[in-house]
Design a protein around this ligand. Structure first.
Ligand code: BTN
Length: 246
């Protein structure tokens, strides 16, 4: 990954640039990094604050030979790669919140947005978008995110060079991606659960147009979320939002 790197000063969204390049035939492993995004986007059409120089705003084009329904597993695999990089380089102790958030304590440090282009049962490409707050200081955190966002700088008390973090992140992504292709998602499940947020604790689950309290049990071999309600009845969820009382 990253043999082919595109550095941009300012873009609307690295996802949009990545889609464009992928449609034009960009090879597997092409990476787009921007200093600033004007229309950074997150899951569920949420905006993603991407101020100049304050974080890693990056999209990776993958062309995996897997069935389309497995693409969400790449989100979980990427989360593991991000936590490995953070632990190895920064000493920050990150936790993964299913499916796509990296938290430190009760604040979000990074998010992953996976988008896919598929024709019937063939994946044309997958784009893994990673937003990681690096040198965002308290003053720079937007008002509405004061209590919910953090950055590596806020956690460690110093500024970080983005290049070094990007290099290690791509290295970790590549080795996890290889493992994923060769041995399947189950080989990553354990690493995921090791750093999972609130495992065994009570959480609020929103899914299937309902909301209920449940215990977070873990993830299934295929990446689905497993929760258990008070009557010991388990649910395996492929699409859900989880939260907890603050
Ligand atoms: C989320 O938490 O909902 C996912 C956030 C993903 C943000 C990244 S930043 C790089 C890439 N470009 C975007 O517009 N979004 C992703």
């Amino acid at each position: 990954l990253g043999q082919n790197m595109h550095f941009e000063e300012q873009v609307d969204s690295t996802q949009t640039v990545a889609h464009q390049l992928a449609r034009e035939g960009a090879e597997h492993g092409t990476v787009i990094v921007a200093d600033e995004q004007l229309k950074g986007r997150g899951r569920l059409h949420r905006p993603w604050h991407s101020q100049k120089g304050s974080g890693i705003w990056m999209s990776i084009i993958l062309r995996p030979d897997i069935e389309p329904h497995r693409a969400p597993q790449l989100t979980l695999a990427s989360a593991v790669a991000i936590t490995k990089m953070l632990k190895f380089l920064t000493g920050v102790q990150p936790k993964i919140k299913w499916p796509n958030d990296i938290f430190v304590g009760d604040r979000k440090l990074a998010g992953i947005l996976t988008e896919m282009q598929a024709e019937q049962d063939l994946i044309e490409y997958v784009i893994i978008g990673i937003g990681l707050n690096v040198n965002l200081d308290q003053k720079a955190v937007p008002d509405d995110l004061q209590d919910v966002a953090t950055s590596i700088q806020l956690e460690t008390g110093k500024a970080w060079k983005r290049e070094e973090l990007i290099q290690e992140l791509l290295y970790q992504m590549e080795s996890i991606y290889e493992l994923f292709l060769q041995q399947g998602f189950s080989s990553i499940k354990q690493a995921w659960e090791q750093d999972a947020y609130r495992l065994g604790e009570t959480i609020t689950v929103k899914a299937r147009r309902k909301e209920w309290e449940a215990t977070l049990i873990g993830i299934h071999e295929d990446g689905a979320l497993i929760v258990e309600d008070e009557n010991q009845s388990k649910s395996v969820l492929y699409s859900a939002e989880i939260d907890w009382k603050k």
